[in-house]
Design a protein around this ligand. Structure first.
Ligand code: GCO
Length: 481
């Protein structure tokens, strides 16, 4: 018997994204996305794979919904491919074949009692927008994103009740414009294999346009759709906990700086209408400013915060001159020092892909966000265990994922602790239902609770799927009591 703190309508799901799952990259009138182009550029994806086929969810979604049903999930988080809906990104023809795919997906989910939890854009944008005006670097992106989002509300909003505007924009702009590891692959030389950009300024410009795009879309939803469609709209942010390495004020401040330059960077403007003060102090004129009107729009910002949490770090004070310098270190990198361990002891055992397992970090992130943002409803929109693909492993070895079971159990327990202490968390999505295409790591990393054979695409249940099903069943029964 379990003692469950959950409300009866708590969402248990898995999360995915269009580029990582769908494949069918040229089917039925879809336009090319920035990820299609990037993954086809030699040297960008470590195993030289791409998302052309991915896990072929575009054709196998019905089978995948059967798997969700088998695990007793009551929600599915997925994203819409912008280039499938508007192949050229902007006004003009809506691609009805693309609309039809999502209509079929949404209807099939609802038929099984699975709530669609939809991300409007999860990293992939039409390549046309990059070519035409530099994507998120241009303020024009705000208008085009708003147009696209409105198409989504019009066509799907009768059935979709949870919308996230963006997925992890904080990670997206750091990778896209600082390290150059993801599209548009820009960074300051001599940082590496990237298109020459300006890592000092560009992440903040792209972020600013994304924040204003979010505000524009929320405004449209609030004024034109929400009353009738009765959905909720939020944003999904990548988080980590930054534990001060000592009790010193300096290290505690360094931890605050780390939180500011990672997730408060986006959440503060969306909730309060302004950037965190330490960002303003440190960046000065590098940081763009919001006008009065923009600030007002921003404060209409959120019905919920989606939290993606995987791992945590120790953080130590250092600033500019005392931080280690090196290739590509910009003003925004020399701000604090990240450590995996303290006196030789790691903050948590590392997963096979090197991420420290620290479930308490999830509780701390939730509690921090709860306190700072007035307990806005939250969802854990991603959490999961990644391992390296071992092409020589047997199917039995692939599916006997005891470490993943332990990981999920420990994190769900940490989540329950946070909920018992009063955090308003309304759902949990494991990353992911299926092994899939892991961005620049291609098919070399596996996160699924179902194993996917890369050549046949056959899905096979892992131990973690059975475990998750039992866990959900127990907690649902208890919550209904
Ligand atoms: C995200 C994540 C996912 C990853 C997952 C495992 O931005 O939502 O990048 O797409 O696949 O976090 O790394």
């Amino acid at each position: 018997n379990v003692d469950s703190p959950l409300p009866t309508d708590f969402l248990f799901g898995t999360a995915s994204s269009s580029y990582q799952y769908e494949g069918a990259y040229l089917s039925d009138g879809k336009g090319l996305s920035n990820w299609d182009v990037f993954s086809h550029t030699p040297g960008k994806i470590i195993d030289a794979t791409n998302g052309d086929v991915a896990v072929d969810h575009y054709h196998r979604y019905l089978e995948d919904i059967e798997l969700m049903d088998e695990v007793k999930l009551n929600s599915y988080r997925f994203s819409i491919s912008w280039a499938r809906i508007l192949p050229k990104g902007r006004f003009g023809e809506v691609n009805l074949a693309g609309i039809n795919f999502y209509n079929r997906l949404i209807d099939a989910l609802l038929l099984k009692g699975i709530e669609p939890f939809v991300t409007i854009t999860h990293f992939d944008i039409p390549q046309e927008l990059e070519d035409m005006y530099g994507g998120w670097l241009s303020p024009q992106s705000q208008e085009d994103f708003a147009f696209y989002a409105e198409v989504c509300f019009k066509w799907f909003g009768d059935r979709v009740k949870y919308w996230s505007t963006f997925n992890e924009p904080n990670l997206q702009v750091s990778f896209g414009y600082r390290t150059g590891l993801t599209p548009p692959g820009r960074c300051s030389k001599p940082f590496g294999n990237c298109i020459e950009g300006d890592s000092e300024f560009e992440p903040f410009i792209a972020a600013h346009n994304i924040i204003l795009s979010h505000a524009a879309v929320v405004d449209i939803y609030r004024t034109k759709y929400q009353r009738e469609q009765k959905g909720k709209i939020g944003i999904v942010i990548q988080t980590a906990w930054f534990e001060p390495i000592s009790n010193s004020t300096a290290d505690k401040r360094a931890s605050e700086r780390a939180l500011s330059f990672t997730f408060k960077w986006f959440l503060d403007p969306i909730v309060f209408g302004k950037y965190p003060s330490e960002m303003q102090d440190i960046l000065g004129s590098i940081l763009p400013k919001f006008s009065k009107i923009e600030m007002m729009k921003l404060q209409k910002g959120l019905d919920f915060i989606g939290i993606n949490y995987y791992s945590s770090f120790y953080v130590q004070d250092c600033i500019f001159s005392t931080c280690p310098s090196g290739e590509g270190v910009t003003k925004t990198e020399g701000l604090y020092l990240i450590n995996m361990e303290k006196n030789g002891v790691p903050i948590g055992k590392p997963t096979p892909i090197g991420w420290s397992i620290y479930p308490q970090g999830m509780e701390k992130v939730i509690t921090y966000i709860k306190d700072r943002y007035n307990n806005i409803p939250m969802f854990i929109t991603e959490n999961g265990y990644g391992e390296m693909d071992n092409p020589n492993a047997t199917l039995e070895e692939h599916t006997n994922d005891v470490e993943r079971v332990q990981f999920l159990e420990d994190h769900l327990n940490a989540l329950f602790v946070a909920i018992r202490k009063g955090a308003d968390v309304r759902g949990y999505f494991a990353w992911s239902l299926l092994d899939n295409f892991e961005w620049m790591f291609g098919h070399t990393r596996r996160f699924g609770i179902y194993y996917v054979d890369n050549s046949t695409l056959k899905r096979t249940k892992k131990l973690s799927a059975s475990w998750y099903k039992n866990f959900i069943t127990e907690h649902k029964t208890e919550a209904l009591r």
